[in-house]
Design a protein around this ligand. Structure first.
Ligand code: BTN
Length: 257
């Protein structure tokens, strides 16, 4: 089914490796890199992952044959590889753009650092892993999990959602993959030359941008205003009229669905 996906791209998804089952598409992609067999733009996709990886060593669980789970390998060939966080922002903005087109009546937001939320529930998670040689960024693996045809409504899951749960209809997963890869390539090709546009789109679509939200900061609940996500990926919060930067993992934005 996915073998027939031919995205209208130059690089991204020109080579798609498809598995019914694998431990993790990110792990497989890393193995290809280690074995020096990774081509720029290769996509590794699986119908089921036995050891799907989420942020912070968490597991990514997803029903077989219902969703999208894939990794895109980027090989950084220039002498000046990109700031790693622009890669996170580029894929996150691309997912935001695709989902906004698919769900025009819903509120689609980026939850820092790179989750996509629809009407306050998570629909997609992204895990970018980088491969360095010394200080040189050689490769990035962009792992994407998107809830497509899994039903979250009937189990009354208040934290997660899917396209099926929002539209009531099943989506064509290969068609969706093609759309995502094409959208990502458009942004990827301008990532280095037009990073300001990506930075702007990322910030403007942040959940709670320039608003006051609740955060768990070192186990204390505090109200803070999101100023921006800076170029290194830090979230800048205004707390008691002071701007303070936070790294991923230091704070948790609290969501009230
Ligand atoms: C998160 O914690 O929100 C990030 C989840 C990322 C899951 C995707 S599924 C495809 C790819 N392979 C993995 O093992 N993880 C990522």
């Amino acid at each position: 089914m996915f073998a027939k996906v031919k995205p209208n791209t130059q690089i991204i998804g020109q080579n798609i490796i498809y598995f019914n089952q694998v431990n993790s598409t990110n792990k497989f992609a890393m193995e290809l890199i280690r074995q020096k067999m990774a081509e720029n733009g290769t996509v590794v996709l699986a119908e089921y992952q036995s050891e799907g990886k989420g942020q912070f060593g968490r597991e990514w669980m997803s029903n077989a044959y219902e969703n999208l789970m894939f990794s895109i390998i980027l090989k950084h060939v220039t002498n000046a590889p990109p700031n790693p966080f622009i890669i996170n922002k580029t894929i996150t903005v691309s997912m935001h753009q695709c989902l906004s087109k698919l769900l025009p009546d819903s509120q689609i937001k980026i939850k820092w650092p790179n989750d996509i939320y629809v009407d306050m529930r998570k629909i997609s998670g992204i895990l970018v892993e980088n491969n360095f040689s010394g200080h040189h960024l050689n490769y990035s693996i962009i792992g994407i999990g998107l809830n497509v045809n899994q039903d979250f409504e009937s189990i009354k899951d208040l934290k997660a959602t899917s396209l099926k749960s929002k539209t009531g209809e099943l989506s064509d997963r290969p068609g969706l993959l093609k759309q995502i890869l094409e959208q990502f390539e458009t942004n990827y090709l301008q990532m280095n030359t037009n990073s300001d546009t990506i930075e702007k789109l990322f910030n403007e679509n942040l959940l709670g941008y320039r608003e006051t939200s609740e955060f768990d900061i070192h186990d204390t609940i505090e109200k803070a205003r999101i100023v921006e996500c800076d170029k290194s990926g830090r979230l800048i919060l205004e707390i008691n009229a002071e701007h303070k930067p936070f790294l991923h993992g230091e704070i948790k934005q609290l969501i009230h669905a």
